[in-house]
Design a protein around this ligand. Structure first.
Ligand code: GAP
Length: 443
């Protein structure tokens, strides 16, 4: 196993079209990133994998897509206007800004090295605000949502009344969130614009004690199913000094990123805090009438809150490897689970001439119905395999002279580099089966 550094990941991402700095030609925009052709496919695959797991495979979870712009009172009710802050200090010498809890306030400035140069810590609200409408006055202030969860709470009644859901049930949502983060280092790990995949599980007060461990187990199992190595995942329970203002209890799933163990997803026990707050601030009842017992109560909530863009960084970091091959060549390879790989099957004609190129192109078109495909005719076959390894393509199909005679192709597996001859009529099933049975080598 080669050492995985953030520099290597950043460089591969740019080189192979996964992730670019936003507005790069203007010198870049801090805290914002663009997902290139490979990156958007990887992100969408992880998004779809989560969405399927939540809304298709799990009982009692429905989807929602709430708007980013919400009534400003939402954020007063949720506590974000008064509580969603980080302590911040500035260096008086070089004007760099830091989170007070991330540096030694008695030490030297990490940027210019000056000692004793920090201002007193002050609280800094992480919400981005802007104005809606033509007047930029206090009455027109509106926020870009800092989490998707509040859209779910605010629509709780709408969903209950329109969807025949019965407690316990969940509402799942994926979408953009925005935070004015003071420190945005570590690539896409902490950005100002990012995506979240959140699910709020509404349950009867008291039963949250059972659902909380249930959801912790489910969420860890999800990452194992996505092919992430279990040894790179662990739990961290929040101490009382770490708990968010809304949480009764909270655990993070941490992943071993190139810069160390860091939060990937939070599983939070939020009680009836949010629905009660919205009931108070909106004046609208947020309770639930149990159709069997006729009991009315405000449900308790167990939340699972994952960063989609942070999941992308996890997938890249977990997949990355440099392997020394026989003969001394080194290949860079991304060992993505085939379910999330941006390209599933590459079709490579051995040569362009003698009808082999056309045959391969036709085959690639046929495979498009079943898989995300890629067609590559240029360069030596070994170099083409390397290019596919570098973007994590699990299967390469090579068309050669024999193919024209017997309708078979060479199927090459990314991880083992094993090659086998497969009849074209069996190709789709063979790839599907290999995907179902996929296990990372050595795990
Ligand atoms: N609704 C609860 C909530 O938002 P959080 O712990 O603040 O909880 C949940 O965020 C997840 O969202 C984090 O575990 C992380 O994966 C992701 N996330 C939060 N802030 C982020 C940022 N600035 N950049 C990228 N991902 C972020």
């Amino acid at each position: 196993m080669a050492e995985v550094t953030m520099d290597k990941i950043v460089s591969l991402c740019k080189r192979r079209g996964f992730i670019f700095q936003s507005s790069e030609i203007y010198g870049g925009q801090n805290g914002a990133y663009d997902y290139g052709p490979m990156g958007v496919q990887l992100k969408n695959n992880i998004r779809d994998f989560w969405w399927k797991e939540m809304t298709q495979l799990h009982d009692g979870i429905v989807g929602l897509d709430a708007s980013i712009l919400m009534h400003p009172r939402v954020w007063e009710a949720s506590g974000h206007v008064s509580n969603f802050t980080d302590p911040m200090v500035d260096c008086k010498q070089c004007k760099s800004r830091f989170r007070a809890d991330q540096i030694d306030l008695n030490g030297a400035c990490p940027t210019c090295g000056t000692k004793g140069s920090f201002t007193e810590p002050r609280n800094f609200n992480l919400m981005f605000s802007t104005h809606i409408g033509a007047n930029a006055d206090a009455a027109s202030v509106i926020y870009l949502r800092p989490e998707t969860a509040q859209g779910i709470y605010v629509d709780f009644k709408n969903v209950v009344q329109s969807s025949r859901v019965k407690i316990p049930f969940g509402i799942a949502q994926i979408g953009k969130s925005f935070r004015n983060e003071i420190t945005t280092k570590n690539f896409i790990f902490r950005s100002c614009e990012f995506e979240q995949m959140e699910m709020q599980w509404f349950c009867k007060p008291g039963t949250d004690e059972e659902w909380f461990p249930y959801w912790r187990e489910q969420r860890m199992a999800f990452y194992h199913k996505m092919g992430i190595r279990p040894s790179s995942l662990r739990w961290h329970q929040h101490g009382s000094d770490e708990l968010a203002f809304y949480a009764k209890d909270a655990y993070d799933i941490q992943f071993l990123f190139p810069m160390g163990w860091q939060e990937l997803e939070g599983v939070h026990s939020r009680t009836d805090y949010d629905l009660t707050q919205h009931q108070t601030f909106s004046g609208k009842e947020m309770n639930y009438l149990d159709p069997e017992t006729n009991e009315r109560y405000i449900p308790y909530v167990v939340e699972t809150s994952a960063g989609l863009t942070r999941n992308v960084l996890m997938a890249l970091s977990d997949a990355y490897d440099e392997e020394t091959l026989e003969g001394g060549d080194v290949r860079t390879v991304l060992h993505f689970h085939p379910q999330i790989a941006p390209v599933t099957v590459a079709v490579l004609p051995l040569v362009k001439k003698d009808g082999i190129g056309e045959f391969a192109s036709k085959l690639e078109h046929e495979l498009r119905e079943d898989f995300a495909t890629f067609f590559d005719v240029s360069g030596a076959i070994g170099r083409r395999y390397r290019r596919m390894d570098e973007i994590g393509t699990p299967y390469c199909v090579t068309v050669d002279y024999d193919t024209l005679q017997d309708n078979t192709v060479t199927l090459r597996f990314r991880d083992s580099m094993e090659q086998k001859r497969v009849a074209i009529t069996d190709l789709v099933d063979t790839i599907r089966q290999a995907t179902k049975e996929y296990k990372r080598l050595g795990e």
